[in-house]
Ligand binder design. Structure first.
Ligand SMILES: [Ca+2]
Ligand SMILES: [Ca+2]
Length: 255
């Protein structure tokens, strides 16, 4: 049985950027608080979790319950947003409920080390997420902007609060990102290869169609078109591209 090994598949979308990124953190450095971050109260309840409950890629940040009524805040580094009139803050989270209503969890912003202003808050009585929260923020044009994740209330009513993939940025209107691509290690001669790609809409507009261009073994580019979509912001699409193998001397020489 002859098999062909794919040595390389190149695949690209038209654009691959996140627009203007002002701050990004995915907790991959495995440190709590992360470099440049601080914790206000109950520092011991914050840790790095080796899982991906928030829906990102392990590791992630985790707040653990404690039997007291109190509050705590995980505070971002100072970010210079001078000249920036509005910004998008997105993050992934999972609220693992225990019982009752609350404690509340939320996001707040401030500048100059002043008072916090809440920009998002929930008071659950059941699990929430994992989900990505996207906040459009104005009144951010400061050299010393900060945001924080806070929890407040009966901290025995929650099990854990997980956070990941914190991104402060301004998206392009139309933008998409290639998250991953998988390809079979071996394909039998005479069979088609199925390439699997995951793409994510990271622009602020819905996408209704797009082309993916890829090449196998440095061969001619193949265009895979997706149409009649309603593809929303931050949603991911899984593509299954059936690639018809053209057996050339170049490919066969790699058997
Ligand atoms: Ca992570
Ligand atoms: Ca629970």
């Amino acid at each position: 049985m002859k098999k062909i090994t794919f040595l390389a598949v190149m695949m690209c979308l038209m654009t691959l950027s996140y627009g203007q990124v002002y701050y990004a953190h995915d907790f991959s450095e495995g440190q709590m608080p992360p470099t440049g971050w601080t914790i206000d109260k109950l520092q011991a309840q914050w840790s790095i979790d080796g899982g991906n409950a928030a829906g990102g890629t392990a590791p992630e940040a985790m707040f653990t319950y404690i039997q007291q009524i109190d509050s705590s805040r995980l505070i971002s580094p100072v970010v210079d947003l001078s000249g920036v009139t509005s910004v998008t803050l997105s993050f992934s989270h999972f609220y693992d409920d225990y019982t009752g209503a609350g404690p509340v969890v939320g996001v707040a912003t401030r500048h100059g080390g002043g008072n916090w202003t809440s920009v998002w808050e929930i008071n659950p009585n059941a699990n929430v997420g994992p989900e990505t929260v996207i906040l459009q923020l104005s009144d951010v044009e400061y050299t010393d902007f900060q945001f924080s994740f806070y929890i407040n209330g009966n901290l025995y009513n929650i099990d854990y609060w997980y956070l990941d993939d914190v991104l402060l940025f301004n998206p392009l209107d139309v933008d998409a990102e290639l998250k991953s691509i998988k390809l079979p290690s071996y394909v039998e001669v005479g069979h088609d290869a199925i390439l699997t790609g995951v793409v994510k809409n990271i622009g602020s507009n819905n996408i209704t169609s797009f082309d993916v261009s890829y090449s196998v073994e440095g061969g001619d580019p193949v265009v895979y078109s997706v149409t009649e979509l309603i593809w929303h912001w931050v949603n991911q699409l899984i593509l299954h591209m059936i690639h018809q193998l053209v057996l050339t001397k170049t490919v066969l020489s790699k058997l």
